[in-house]
Design a protein around this ligand. Structure first.
Ligand SMILES: CC(C)(COP(=O)(O)OP(=O)(O)OC[C@H]1O[C@@H](n2cnc3c(N)ncnc32)[C@H](O)[C@@H]1OP(=O)(O)O)[C@@H](O)C(=O)NCCC(=O)NCCS
Length: 217
């Protein structure tokens, strides 16, 4: 599956244009910049291509995700595609930029699995030098808030290859629930891998947010 379709794995649902004239219209014009305690999430820029190539094309990052582009031009094409899909209201891709830096060190993506984003899927990848630093949790909270508060998702899915210890550990830590195993659902390097299906529901997220005491709406 092409990298642009998602960093986790396949979805059988078709991606179709979402309803026009709903609350999603603002983010379709430009993604908001979201500031956390460690990172800012913002729209991708073509100038992020070189940094993303360095961060995301390494063996350890790409091991369990759809193959990332292998050239700067490939990332530029991916970035241009993300902007078209955002403008069409199908998909959002945020660059992860640590405070004090200008360049992107990773991405978070959300795409609709049905028109109107009721069910959506998210995926993420961060340069390995930033693993275990808290950057994932900081960015993940903001992108999940964005999914539930801005684009009105009610069920957010993620798929992670069972062998992907960090991916599954990160999803468990953020509070996702493992609903089941999707057997041999992801083709990687000529081999079909099992994936875990992880979900977060809007009501669960709101309840968890109250317990954390952050950004209670
Ligand atoms: C997925 C990713 C964004 C997570 O970011 P991260 O900084 O590594 O995540 P964190 O360190 O905050 O959390 C990972 C958790 O998994 C745990 N973990 C690590 N290896 C593990 C393993 N083999 N089995 C189980 N848990 C594991 C970590 O200990 C950590 O939990 P802790 O903080 O409670 O100790 C990052 O690892 C990445 O970009 N990976 C490559 C791309 C990818 O796989 N994307 C996800 C597809 S689902």
């Amino acid at each position: 599956m092409p990298f642009r379709d998602l960093l986790t794995a396949t979805s059988l649902q078709s991606v179709t244009a979402s309803r026009a004239g709903d609350t999603t219209s603002d983010w379709r014009q430009a993604l908001p910049a979201l500031a956390g305690s460690m990172v800012t999430l913002r729209e991708l820029r073509l100038s992020d291509a070189t940094a993303l190539l360095t961060m995301l094309s390494t063996e350890e990052v790409a091991r369990f995700i759809s193959p990332p582009p292998t050239t700067v031009e490939g990332f530029e094409r991916f970035i241009a595609w993300t902007q078209r899909e955002r403008a069409a209201g199908n998909y959002a891709c945020f660059a992860v930029v640590p405070h004090g830096m200008d360049s992107a060190i990773g991405i978070f993506q959300v795409r609709q699995l049905e028109p109107g984003f009721g069910t959506a899927e998210w995926g993420f990848a961060i340069g390995s030098e930033f693993w275990g630093t808290g950057v994932f949790m900081d960015g993940a909270r903001m992108v999940i808030d964005f999914a539930f508060d801005t684009i009105q998702t009610h069920r957010l899915e993620a798929r992670a290859a069972i062998l992907n210890g960090r991916g599954n550990g990160a999803l468990r830590k953020i509070g996702a629930m493992q609903e089941g195993i999707l057997r041999k659902s992801f083709l990687r390097n000529g081999e079909y891998l099992d994936q875990a299906l992880w979900t977060i529901l809007d009501e669960d997220w709101r309840a968890q947010r109250v317990i954390w005491g952050v950004r209670v709406h």
